[in-house]
Design a protein around this ligand. Structure first.
Ligand SMILES: [Zn+2]
Length: 461
């Protein structure tokens, strides 16, 4: 009897405790999921998107810049973005002739989610218009900003902004920035970059037309920093902006433009989409100019840091950082390295340059003595042979030949290699920070940028 009771008592205790545990687990699970879902929902749906492109910024260029930055700092250091590496992207176009992309096919893929032929600006192989993430963002009443150092009509901004069968129709592309609209409104609220000659022409003055529609025209750094208008057209150079190292005090940095754009864009409670491009990493790469590339990388990094700082403070901004392709076949290390020279890519000679070789060549073309120019702008003891090579080129009065000879000094001394004046087709890295970043992980195709952004914007309805 006693044993029976004890057994029953034990059974009751055990049932009660099981029930309590079960109740705890059930209620726990009931409360927990709703909190987690809500938290995740907030965390995974960004209000703002900043899409950052280092045009032509292949991996070896990032390696080089990291080394240069470390040299400058005196200790090993990372670039502002590389801790956010999430994967790689494939960049090939859909072109019957080519499997290496240009900036227009790459930008079309990233902006619309469809691969196309080289030269295409947001049109497919049949020339049909492809809807871009910018148009989708505008339909959802978000603000849109473009901040670039190229002409605003250049391939990357053009493919995010307008539609054209060829990237070379610069005047048409400028017209389209004004003429193509979404629900009766201009698509892009803040346009900052170069390319004034395509906006202000004899046959049409788009700067005036934009001003009539409420845009403020800014052409200097000082005007930009003071601007308070929601809509801005910033034209800071006739063509592409100068390389950062060559700029005068009137010209804003990419960071200045980024901060000015963010100040206006963040006013919209529906959020914004911003395209931020370090455009001239590519043009310096085409020139095989390592001084220009590294100077543009430095300018780019400061702008990316500003974008990341904004996102970190704001907590609702997704920042994607990538390249559209690599340019120049830049190699981190080249012929000539020996035990004596050291087995290394050496940033010191590059840091000794105060201007790009192109800038120095122009000064020589204007009539300045080659040796004076070299002494004024390169903080190195050059060999007689190096000076003579530049003098010979200067006597030919050929700017590109002079540039080439000066570039050779930096390439040889830094052990920088180049394999082409065009692009190369290897995969490029992808970095992501902020809510929604997980969509970008792994090896992705360049079309997936747009597909992911469309998915994010879909939830804004
Ligand atoms: Zn290019």
């Amino acid at each position: 009897m006693y044993r029976k009771l004890t057994t029953r008592f034990k059974l009751i205790i055990s049932l009660v405790s099981t029930a309590i545990v079960t109740l705890f687990i059930v209620t726990g699970f009931q409360h927990q999921p709703s909190q987690t879902n809500q938290g995740e929902k907030q965390k995974n749906e960004p209000k703002n998107i900043i899409f950052v492109v280092g045009d032509g910024m292949g991996m070896p260029i990032i390696n080089g810049y990291r080394t240069l930055k470390s040299e400058k700092k005196g200790a090993f250091t990372h670039t502002a973005w590389e801790q956010y590496l999430v994967g790689m992207q494939m960049t090939h176009p859909n072109d019957p002739r080519d499997n290496i992309t240009d900036s227009s096919a790459a930008a079309t893929a990233m902006a619309t989610g469809t691969k196309t032929y080289n030269d295409a600006i947001a049109v497919d192989n049949q020339h049909h218009h492809l809807k871009s993430v910018v148009e989708d963002a505008k339909e959802k009443n978000m603000s849109v900003g473009f901040v670039v150092t190229s002409d605003l009509t250049d391939a990357t901004p053009a493919a995010f902004g307008v539609h054209n069968v060829s990237r070379r129709n610069y005047n048409e592309i400028a017209d389209q920035y004004f003429d193509e609209k979404v629900n009766g409104s201009h698509k892009i609220d803040i346009l900052l970059g170069g390319g004034a000659k395509y906006f202000i022409r004899d046959d049409r003055n788009l700067a005036e037309e934009f001003q009539k529609d409420g845009y403020q025209l800014v052409t200097t750094k000082q005007q930009l920093l003071k601007s308070k208008n929601d809509n801005l057209l910033g034209l800071f150079h006739e063509t592409e902006m100068d390389k950062a190292i060559d700029r005068d005090g009137q010209t804003p940095s990419l960071k200045d433009m980024t901060n000015a754009a963010l100040k206006q864009l963040e006013k919209n409670e529906n959020g914004f989409f911003m395209l931020l491009e370090g455009s001239n990493i590519d043009s310096a790469g085409h020139d095989n100019d390592v001084v220009g590339v590294m100077s543009e990388m430095e300018d780019f990094e400061k702008a990316v840091q500003a974008a990341l700082d904004f996102a970190k403070k704001d907590q609702e901004t997704l920042v994607i950082i990538t390249a559209d392709h690599s340019t120049g076949g830049f190699s981190y290390g080249s012929d000539g390295m020996t035990r004596e020279t050291g087995y290394k890519w050496d940033p010191k000679p590059i840091l000794a340059a105060k201007k790009t070789p192109g800038y120095m060549a122009e000064k020589m073309e204007e009539g300045r003595e080659p040796e004076d120019v070299l002494n004024a702008y390169i903080d190195l003891k050059l060999t007689k042979d190096e000076i003579q090579q530049v003098k010979n080129a200067a006597s030919e009065k050929d700017t590109s030949l002079i540039s080439k000879q000066i570039q050779t000094i930096f390439d040889r001394r830094s052990f920088t290699g180049w394999t082409t004046k065009a692009h190369t087709g290897e995969d490029v890295p992808v970095y992501a920070y902020g809510p929604g970043k997980d969509k970008w992980s792994g090896l992705i195709d360049n079309t997936e940028h747009a597909q992911n952004i469309f998915e994010i914007l879909e939830k804004k309805r």
